[in-house]
Design a protein around this ligand. Structure first.
Ligand code: UD1
Ligand code: CA
Length: 449
């Protein structure tokens, strides 16, 4: 970690999201946008973060602290502009050594590599660095202005720009970095609000820096990476970009995705080599997929781990706490929650396993249900190694099935079953020889009358 400091601006209300949730808490690939920004900063080696929030946005601070417990949260009482927002965080960086980067909480696709390039420019002698991008439609963005020697000379906000300036397409992403806290403080002190919006623009720092003969430089990024999310439509675009990255990373790691565009990962998905994922699979947060796993179509998986060589689905649901060991099989229409499925065990059809453990090589028949909830509390079911649970069995928890035990199909098991025993708990079969033939004959006679 360097001495660098990041300040993440997140005081905006995000009105265009039409949401009760502050904008930066809307999720991308399972994590709030703010969390992505904090992670990118940490991955670039920026060790300290300050988050600027608006009044009443405690939840934003909490979400930030959940990712980086050392982060400091500052409240900007009124949204007077980006320079004013940075000032709100001044107590954090004043007197600090090392560079200060200003990031936006609603720009979640920014990569650590780009931040490293910015730090590199500062190390190479720049006093101020702006991340710029070529916009296909520059409307609404600040335009980068250069002097006749091609040096960055200023940033003009859209509302203050002349027609000629508006025609420029090289834009400010909003992300800026300063050589030191001292450089930043010196510039901030002189930023006024004499502009079309009456706001304190951080972007004015560039022209002020040039007037002081400081070096201002641009690091270019692609437009995708600095996409700002202001609406649900932009959130969907950002999600698509994020998913493309996650899919590409999974494939680069040695996973086969039959239809990548239909598979959704989370920011923290861990995925091994020689994994095959069929179409229409959703992987929520907290999932580990080991080498050689096959996930067939239409599965939904979250907070679960899948051991080497295991197969899952099609149409399986792994809920929080599902832990499949090596070579476990979980088949169609099976739901598993808070349960361990040991090596080589099979749960292949139409089954609910919740709050349970299944021993190695056990076989769970179709339609088995662990009755884990009595309306008040949850109870555990333990199934021993090599046990065989006949189809359509209800295991009324708390209950324990011994190693190698055998449960007759259709049983409702309410008592523990010892190792290697047979348990059958269903009404005995009642048989009446010739009954059906007699009834048929009687009915036929009645009809013919
Ligand atoms: C800003 C830049 C513009 C750039 C664009 C990129 C300025 C003056 N302009 O414009 O050059 O092209 O971003 O998207 O910086 N915020 C606060 N407190 C405030 C004001 C803003 O925390 O008082 C936060 C917002 O929550 C947001 C970010 O700062 O995360 C940017 O603010 P916004 O008002 O959206 O700036 P733009 O007008 O888009
Ligand atoms: Ca904006």
């Amino acid at each position: 970690m360097t001495q660098a400091f990041s300040i993440i601006l997140a005081a905006g209300k995000g009105t265009r999201m039409k949401s009760d949730l502050p904008k930066v808490l809307h999720r991308l690939a399972g994590a709030p946008m703010l969390a992505h920004v904090l992670r990118a900063a940490a991955a670039a080696g920026i060790g300290r973060a300050g988050i600027v929030v608006g009044p009443g946005m405690e939840a934003v601070g909490e979400a930030g602290l959940a990712v980086d417990p050392k982060a400091q949260v500052f409240v900007q009482p009124e949204q007077l502009g980006t320079a004013d927002a940075v000032k709100a965080a001044a107590p954090a960086f004043e007197g600090a050594k090392g560079p200060v980067l200003v990031l936006y909480g609603d720009t979640p696709l920014l990569r650590a590599e780009t931040l490293k390039a910015v730090l590199g420019e500062l190390e190479a002698g720049a006093d101020l660095v702006v991340i710029g991008f070529e916009a296909s439609d520059p409307t609404g963005y600040g335009r980068l202005l250069f002097d006749d020697k091609g040096r960055l000379a200023g940033i003009r906000e859209e509302k203050d720009a002349s027609a000629a300036e508006r025609a420029l397409t090289l834009c400010n992403s909003g992300i800026m970095a300063f050589r030191s806290a001292e450089t930043l403080s010196g510039l901030l002190a002189r930023i006024g609000n004499d502009n079309a919006n009456g706001e304190y623009y951080l972007t004015d720092a560039v022209a002020l820096a040039r007037a002081d003969d400081l070096q201002a430089r641009v690091v270019l990024s692609n437009a995708e990476e600095v996409l700002g999310v202001n609406s649900r439509a932009e959130l969907a675009v950002a999600e698509e970009f994020m998913q493309r990255r996650l899919r590409a990373a999974a494939m680069a790691h040695g996973a086969t995705l039959l239809a990548p565009e239909t598979v959704f990962f989370s920011y923290d998905t861990v995925i091994g080599r020689d994994v095959t994922i069929e179409p229409n699979v959703i992987v929520g947060p907290g999932v580990r997929i080991a080498d050689g796993v096959t996930i067939r179509g239409f599965c939904h998986i979250e907070q679960a781990s899948i051991g080497e060589g295991a197969t899952v689905g099609p149409f399986a649901r792994l809920r929080p706490g599902a832990a499949l060991a090596k070579d476990a099989h979980v088949g169609n229409f099976v739901e598993i929650k808070n349960a361990e499925v040991a090596e080589g065990a099979k749960v292949n059809h139409l089954t609910y396993i919740g709050d349970a453990s299944i021993g190695a090589k056990a076989n769970i028949g179709a339609g088995t249900v662990t009755c884990n909830y009595d309306g008040f509390a949850k109870h555990r079911t333990e199934i021993g190694a090599g046990a065989f649970i006949g189809s359509n069995t209800s295991l009324v928890a708390p209950v324990k099935i011994g190693d190698g035990a055998y449960i007759g199909s259709g049983s409702v098991i309410t008592k523990d079953v010892p190792d290697d025993a047979l348990a059958v708990a269903r009404a005995p079969q009642d048989e009446r020889a010739g009954w059906a033939a007699k009834v048929r004959a009687r009915r036929a006679r009645a009809k013919s009358k």
